[in-house]
Design a protein around this ligand. Structure first.
Ligand code: AHR
Length: 338
C-alpha cells in the first residue's frame, strides 16, 4: 500500500489515465471501427377513433407495426372508444408529454380548431390519417393521408347502375335501404353524398330509410331487424362498411330474405376486409368497394420527410379498387393483408 498521500494521488491519477486510455482503445477498436451512436427515438402520439370495425383493427395494426421501436419510434397509442372528447383529451396529453408528432384519426370532421391551435402553439406537427378534418385554418395540420371516400361511393353507384341495366331494369323502381356510418365522419359524408346524387338522377330510385349504424355490426343488425319487422320491402342495401353489412345479412337471413345480385336483396358494402370478400365470393355481398386501412407506412414516410426538412404533400389519396364475385378467388382473398 502507498502510505504517502502525494504518491497515492499520483498513482491514482496514472491508474485512471490508463483505464480511460484502455476504454478509449476498446470502444474505438484502435481507431478502426466506430460503434454507431444510439439514435433517439421519435416520439409519436397517435389518437385512434376506436375499434368499431375490422377495417379499424387492420388500421391500428398497421400503425403499431410501422411506428415501432425497430423503425426508430416510440409510439404512445390512445384508443378513443368512438368518443371525440376522448380524442381531445388524448391530444392534450400528447402536448403535455411534448411528443415530436401527433397523429390523429378523427372520428368526425368538425371540432378540432381549439385543440390543434394548442398543438401548433406547442410547436408539434399534426398528421391527420383516414378521415379528414374541417378547420378554419389549414396550417393547423401538416398533412393528411387517406381514402377518396366520394370516389368510393361513386364506384359503388356506377356498379349498381351497370348491374340494373344488365338486368334490364335501369328505369324500374329500386328501393334502397341506406345504412350510414358515424355521423359527420368523412367516410359517412362522402359515401352518403355519392348515393344521394345518384338517387337524384334516377327517378325510379328511392331511399326507403336511412339507418344510423355507427359502423358496427351489432347496431346495424338491431336496426335492420327492426326495420324488416315493419314489413317494408327493399331491393338494395347500401351499407357504409363491411361490419354493418355483416349485421344486415344476419337480420335479413333470420327474416328469411336472401342476399345476392339475383336474389331478394343486393348488398353494396365498403372496406373489402377478408370476411366480406368471402361473402362476396359466395355471392351474398354483391360488391365490396375497397377502403385501404394500411396507413402505417404512409405516416412513417410523412414523418421521415418532415425529419429531413422536406414539406410533404398536404393531401395524399391512396389508390383503391372494388371486388365482385367474378373478380374474386380464394387465393386472392388469402393473399390480402386484411
Ligand atoms: O373511416 C374509414 C371507415 O371507418 C371504414 O369504412 C370503417 O370500417 C371504419 O370504421
Amino acid at each position: 500500500m502507498l502510505k504517502n498521500p502525494r504518491k497515492r494521488s499520483c498513482f491514482l491519477y496514472l491508474a485512471s489515465a490508463f483505464i480511460i486510455l484502455c476504454a478509449g482503445l476498446f470502444t474505438t477498436g484502435c481507431g478502426q471501427k466506430n460503434i454507431p451512436e444510439q439514435e433517439e427515438l421519435i416520439r409519436v402520439g397517435f389518437s385512434q377513433v376506436g375499434s368499431e370495425s375490422d377495417w379499424r383493427m387492420a388500421n391500428t395494426a398497421s400503425m403499431i407495426s410501422a411506428l415501432s421501436e425497430e423503425n426508430g419510434f416510440e409510439l404512445i397509442f390512445d384508443n378513443a372508444k368512438q368518443r371525440q372528447e376522448n380524442q381531445l383529451l388524448a391530444i392534450r396529453n400528447f402536448i403535455q408529454q411534448d411528443v415530436d408528432y401527433i397523429v390523429l384519426a378523427p372520428i368526425a370532421e368538425s371540432g378540432w380548431d381549439d385543440v390543434l391551435q394548442e398543438a401548433k402553439e406547442a410547436g408539434i406537427p399534426v398528421i391527420i390519417v383516414d378521415r379528414q378534418i374541417a378547420v378554419s385554418d389549414d396550417s393547423l395540420y401538416t398533412s393528411w393521408v387517406g381514402s377518396n371516400f366520394l370516389e368510393e361511393g361513386q364506384r359503388a353507384v356506377r356498379w349498381l347502375e351497370a348491374t340494373v341495366q344488365q338486368q334490364g331494369r335501369l328505369n324500374h323502381p329500386l328501393r334502397i335501404l341506406h345504412i350510414q356510418g358515424t355521423d359527420g365522419a368523412t367516410a359517412q359524408i362522402q359515401r352518403t353524398k355519392a348515393l344521394t346524387d345518384a338517387v337524384r338522377t334516377h327517378p325510379g330510385w328511392t331511399i326507403v330509410s336511412r339507418l344510423k349504424g355507427e359502423y358496427t355490426e351489432a347496431k346495424a343488425y338491431e336496426l335492420v331487424r327492426d326495420f324488416l319487422a315493419t314489413g317494408q320491402e327493399i331491393d338494395v342495401i347500401y351499407s357504409e362498411n363491411d361490419n354493418m353489412s355483416f349485421g344486415a345479412i344476419r337480420a335479413l337471413e333470420e327474416a328469411g330474405i336472401s342476399c345476392g345480385t339475383d336474389s331478394d336483396v343486393m348488398i353494396i358494402s365498403f372496406d373489402a376486409v377478408r370476411d366480406a370478400l368471402r361473402l362476396c365470393l359466395e355471392g351474398r355481398i354483391s360488391i365490396c368497394v375497397e377502403c385501404n386501412p394500411l396507413h402505417g407506412p404512409r405516416v412513417v414516410s410523412l414523418i421521415r420527410q418532415l425529419e429531413a426538412g422536406e414539406q410533404p404533400a398536404k393531401l395524399t389519396y391512396v389508390d383503391e379498387t372494388f371486388f365482385s364475385a367474378g373478380i374474386l378467388s380464394e387465393e386472392l382473398i388469402a393473399n390480402r393483408e386484411y
